[in-house]
Each structure stands twice: as structure tokens, then as C-alpha cells.
Ligand binder design. Structure first.
Ligand code: GTP
Ligand code: MG
Length: 588
């Protein structure tokens, strides 16, 4: 077995590092190097912004702000902001002076997405009203305009053309993987590589602001029917695991309308007359249908609107062109919002959580384990739950169980949604962490070993208890929904996709065990280091090219026959998900 390990390690190492061929890689590195330097030499992030992204913001008295407080602040800022399409070159000072005539600007930034845009946040909502008062509806030739006055505006530059320049734009899309691999390879340790990956991929503060602004702009349109409604972002926009370019999940919150109660005491009350539907679901479908229609017909920048009303969770999907975001609008989706808060809380408890989630998500994406297209693959949400579960199982545990988070909750945290107990503590200072000091390198290696050997065939994963349990049904992968505990969040995953995940975990664990990825070669030139560590794990996989079925068609490696035989023998010895350690070295 020991010899087999060594042979496989050598094959994997050779194939991984040679997949693109050393010369191609060197050329690629030289070509992309300048670009990488440019892309990653981002403008320094201000202390305040860093605090918002990396740690829990604190209020004036030094207390950590809760998830709800942070979201509410961002929403309020979005309500006094406008989005302006600009010519490629402007005189920034003149532009800001013009806008300031209407009132104080508290923040602004530019970004590129099918053109140049500016997000301008004013100090007061009244200023937005004043600015809108000075805007005109364009006259269009051969067509007719829908006279809807939104906060999506266009700047026409009619003045002097001198002293115009391209405004400095903030980061809006992720670094391409080949550039990321180069940057990771330049880091001094695997721990630094994971931190570098999070830094390169995480949503910038500007991107989050833009996401809240898009929700607010769409809310103005939905307000045509429901003036008190709020469109709230959830999912990776707010759960602290969002990657630049991820979709924008939103839900139409009508609770502000439904929750208003008549005061009691007089013996009289007056109710609204309302139209009734046969179920919550049919009401949700009809609301989404009209809002979707409105976005399609009147929503500036909303294109490709699809109403997917028969899905388990009915939604309207569209692209918001000015921001470049792919949007999913749902309604009546409070549990998903609570799941986002749960992930946010876990992400804030220990910095290693986000680094692990970003690394595992990136690893899964490059190997085609996850996809942006719905299907039988593992979703990012399921993958995140797998990381959380793994971290709960460390000794000492890095994360508390969901039951522990519920037990620490105060009376104001009590939250029951559709009969499900969704209570979690909001005051993070109540959570006492155990002193686990494992490095990210160790955790990443152990993650791959843990899931490479997990008995998926008989056990389910539950972050509520932090224990694997017997599977209640025969799905290949059973991950208990944290709040709707009778549901499986990975019900969509078929046996092939699970096999691919396990095979890749085994391969990565194995590269670690044999020290292949740990070898950081001396720099060949001042700037060029062959992929190593996490970067090597992101290179195309041998397991996939060796015949484990995958979506992505890859070229067979020259040594594939030999490696396939080895993999086959490996599979027949252990069997995916049987929990038998067929490949692993005995632990020292
Ligand atoms: P991205 O892939 O970056 O968009 O990650 P995401 O976390 O936003 O995932 P996605 O867009 O697929 O789903 C949005 C949110 O819906 C998730 O963060 C969860 O809160 C919730 N969600 C997604 N899938 C499930 C599921 O199967 N069950 C439940 N209960 N919630 C889910
Ligand atoms: Mg999402």
C-alpha cells in the first residue's frame, strides 16, 4: 500500500503540475504577471471598510453590531443613493460639484459594467428628491419612453471636453483563476495562500453597497403595488461568504404590511378588505407574477425576465444590466434569510471559517463540483454546511453546534418561522470559543481526509447537533437543512456528483499526505514560482481525467491509463463513501 501511495503521489504530482505543460505555464505566467500585479495591487482598503468586511463592526460603546443592525444600516444608506451611467471620461470634480448643489454627498465610487457607472450616496433622502426634480425624461426618436422616474440616471456631458479623464473604478469582478494561481504561488505559506484567496475573492464594501442599492431600486418598482414592501438581499451577498460576481438573491418582504395591527381597547377595529388566494403559495406566485411583469415592462435595466413560479421556491430571475448582477427575486423566504444570518454568525466566530469556505468553494468550482447552472451538483450552500460541520468536529471544536447557538439566545432572539425554531443568539460576545489553534494548512488537509473517508452511504450531516446521524432516506448525500430539519439541502445531488466530490477529496488529501503540494520550489526568477500548495490543488485534476465522470470535457492526460487503473483499484478497495480508509497513511 505504501508503494502504491508513493506511485500515485508521483503520478498525481506529475500530472497536476504538468497538466498545462511547464513551458505553457511559464509563458502563461510571464504573460499574466503584469496583469496580476495590476489586478491585485488594489487600492488599499480603508480601515473602516476592512472592519466591515473582516470582523464584526462595533457600535460606539464597543459592542459588536448584530446581523440585522448591519443590514438595516446598509439598506438605509442605499435609500439615499443614486446610480448614474456616465460617459467613459468625465471631469470628476465638476461632476461631484454639480451633484453637491442639491445637497451633501457622503460617499461615492465608480465601477465598470457594460459602461462606466457611479454610485453616489447623499447625506439625506431629500437631496435625492431634489436631484430627481432637476432630471428630465429623455426624448427618444422612433421609439417611446416609459415615463418612470427611478434613481437610475444617465449623465450627459454637454460642457467642455477638456480635462476629462477616466475615473478610477473599484473591483467588480473576480480575478481569473490562472492569475489567482500565480498570486497564490508567490505566497510564503499555505495559510497565507488561503488568506490571499479570501482577500482576492471576497465582495468589496463597494460591491455590497451596489447590491443593496439594486435591491432599493427594485423596491421602488415593487412599491407601485405594495408601498410598504422592502426588497432585502440574502444568501452570499450578506452571509460573508460572497465572491465577486456571485448572484444577487433577494426576497420581497411584505411583513411590514401584514404585521401592522389595530390598537385594541375601544371594542372596535377596522380591517382591510383583501382578495384571498387558495394558499400562501398561490398568493406568493401571483405577487411575484405581477412584480415580475412590472420589472419586465417598466424596470430600467432589467432584462431577460423569467418567471419561474412553479419551482419549490417560486422566483423571478433576470439580469440587472447596469450592475451586471444576475438576480433571483423570491417572496416569503424568511427561512433563507435566517440561514444567511446563521452563516454570517459562523463566519464571524473565527477568521479560519471564511478562509476555509472560500478555499473549498474555489477548489470545488475549478474542478466542476459546483456550477452556476442548477442541476445534480453540490451547491455552494451545501458545501458551506460541509465546512461548518467539519469545523464543529475538530477537537477542540472550532465552531459551536446550532443547538448551542440556540441555547445561548436571549428572549428577543426567539424566532419561529412556519413552525420551525430558527432561534440563534445574536449577541456574539455570549459565545465562548474553545482554544483550537490548528493552522489553515492542517485544516484544509484534514477537510479532504474527513470527506474522502466519510460514510456518506449510511450517515447524514447535521450542523444542528454537530454529529453524523443515520440517514433518514436513501439520497446519496444527506445534509440536514439547519432550520427545516426534516429536509435535505442536498436532495438534488446524484451518486455521480457525490463520487466526483469524494474522489477529488481523496486526491487532494493524498497530494497533501505525500507532500507533493507542500513543496514550494525556489523561485525560478524574481517573480515566477511554480504552482504549489493551494495553487497546485486548483490545477486540473487527475481523478477527473482518469475517468470519474464529469461535466467538463478535458483532454486525457498521457498517463491516464495507468492512473485510471490505480484509481479503479483504489475505488474497489474502499468504495466511495463506505468510510473505509483505502488510501490514507495510518495517522502518526
Ligand atoms: P452563491 O452560490 O455564491 O450564490 O451562494 P449562496 O449562498 O447565495 O447560494 P444560493 O444563491 O444557491 O442560495 C441563496 C441562499 O438560499 C443560501 O445562502 C441559503 O441561505 C438559501 N438556500 C440555498 N439552497 C438552499 C436549500 O437547499 N435549502 C435551504 N433551506 N436554503 C437554501
Ligand atoms: Mg446566491
Amino acid at each position: 500500500m505504501r508503494r502504491l501511495n508513493a506511485t500515485m503521489a508521483a503520478c498525481f504530482g506529475v500530472c497536476r503540475l504538468h497538466t498545462r505543460g511547464p513551458e505553457r505555464l511559464v509563458k502563461l505566467c510571464q504573460k499574466t504577471h503584469l496583469q496580476v500585479q495590476r489586478t491585485l495591487a488594489r487600492a488599499p482598503v480603508s480601515g473602516k471598510v476592512q472592519a466591515l468586511r473582516g470582523t464584526v463592526p462595533q457600535d460606539a460603546s464597543g459592542h459588536h453590531q448584530s446581523f440585522c443592525t448591519i443590514q438595516e444600516e446598509r439598506r438605509e444608506r442605499a435609500e439615499r443613493s443614486v446610480l448614474i451611467s456616465c460617459p467613459p471620461k468625465i471631469n470628476e470634480k465638476k461632476f461631484l460639484d454639480y451633484l453637491s448643489k442639491h445637497g451633501d454627498i457622503s460617499n461615492h465610487f465608480f465601477y465598470q459594467s457594460y459602461g462606466t457607472y457611479a454610485v453616489v450616496e447623499f447625506s439625506s433622502r431629500d437631496t435625492v428628491a431634489l436631484l430627481k426634480g432637476s432630471c428630465s425624461i429623455p426624448s427618444v426618436q422612433h421609439e417611446a419612453a416609459v415615463p418612470f422616474k427611478s434613481r437610475l440616471l444617465s449623465l450627459k456631458w454637454t460642457g467642455s471636453q477638456s480635462s476629462l479623464s477616466t475615473p478610477r473604478c473599484c473591483e467588480h469582478s473576480p480575478v481569473p483563476v490562472n492569475e489567482l494561481i500565480q498570486e497564490l504561488s508567490r505566497q510564503e505559506s499555505i495559510d497565507e495562500q488561503l488568506r490571499c484567496l479570501t482577500e482576492a475573492y471576497q465582495l468589496s464594501e463597494e460591491d455590497i453597497s451596489l447590491r443593496f442599492l439594486v435591491c432599493s431600486l427594485l423596491g421602488d418598482i415593487a412599491a407601485a403595488y405594495f408601498p410598504e414592501c422592502i426588497i432585502r438581499p440574502f444568501g452570499s451577498t450578506v452571509n460573508s461568504f460572497g465572491k465577486l460576481g456571485c448572484d444577487l438573491d433577494m426576497f420581497l418582504d411584505l411583513d411590514g404590511i401584514i404585521g401592522q395591527k389595530q390598537s385594541k381597547g375601544s371594542g372596535l377595529s377596522i380591517e382591510y378588505q383583501v382578495k384571498r388566494g387558495t394558499s400562501e403559495r398561490t398568493v406568493t406566485q401571483s405577487i411575484l407574477s405581477v412584480v415580475g411583469e412590472c420589472l419586465d415592462q417598466f424596470g430600467p435595466g432589467c432584462v431577460g425576465v423569467q418567471k419561474i413560479l412553479n419551482a419549490r421556491c417560486p422566483l423571478v430571475r433576470f439580469a440587472h444590466q447596469p450592475s451586471g448582477f444576475q438576480c433571483d427575486l423570491t417572496a416569503n423566504n424568511r427561512v433563507a434569510m435566517k440561514s444567511s444570518e446563521l452563516l454570517f454568525v459562523y463566519g464571524k466566530l473565527d477568521a479560519r471559517v471564511r478562509h476555509m469556505v472560500f478555499a473549498v468553494r474555489c477548489w470545488a468550482r475549478v474542478h466542476g463540483i459546483t456550477s452556476s447552472i442548477p442541476g445534480a451538483w453540490i451547491t455552494n450552500f451545501s458545501l458551506t454546511v460541509l465546512v461548518l460541520f467539519f469545523l464543529q468536529r475538530r477537537e477542540p471544536a472550532i465552531l459551536p453546534t446550532l443547538d448551542q447557538l440556540r441555547d445561548l439566545a436571549g428572549p428577543s432572539d426567539k424566532c419561529i418561522i412556519e413552525g420551525n425554531d430558527c432561534t440563534i443568539v445574536s449577541d456574539l460576545s455570549k459565545i465562548k470559543q474553545e482554544s483550537n489553534t490548528e493552522t489553515l494548512e492542517k485544516l484544509l488537509q484534514e477537510f479532504f481526509e474527513f470527506y474522502g473517508n466519510f460514510a456518506f452511504n449510511r450517515s447524514s450531516i447535521s450542523i444542528r447537533r454537530g454529529q453524523d446521524q443515520s440517514k433518514p432516506e436513501a439520497a446519496p448525500l444527506y445534509i440536514q437543512n439547519p432550520f427545516e430539519t426534516s429536509l435535505n439541502v442536498s436532495k438534488n445531488v446524484n451518486a455521480t456528483q457525490l463520487e466526483r466530490f469524494v474522489a477529488l477529496c481523496r486526491e487532494s488529501a493524498w497530494l497533501f499526505q505525500e507532500g507533493e503540494v507542500l513543496k514550494r520550489s525556489a523561485r525560478q526568477s524574481a517573480d515566477l514560482t511554480p504552482p504549489w500548495g493551494l495553487a497546485a490543488l486548483l490545477l486540473p485534476s487527475v481523478a477527473e481525467s482518469a475517468g470519474v465522470k464529469g461535466r467538463r470535457k478535458r483532454k486525457r492526460e498521457p498517463a491516464s491509463e495507468r492512473i485510471r487503473t490505480l484509481l479503479e483499484s483504489l475505488k474497489s478497495n474502499g468504495g466511495v463513501g463506505s468510510g473505509k480508509q483505502s488510501y490514507a497513511k495510518p495517522r502518526q
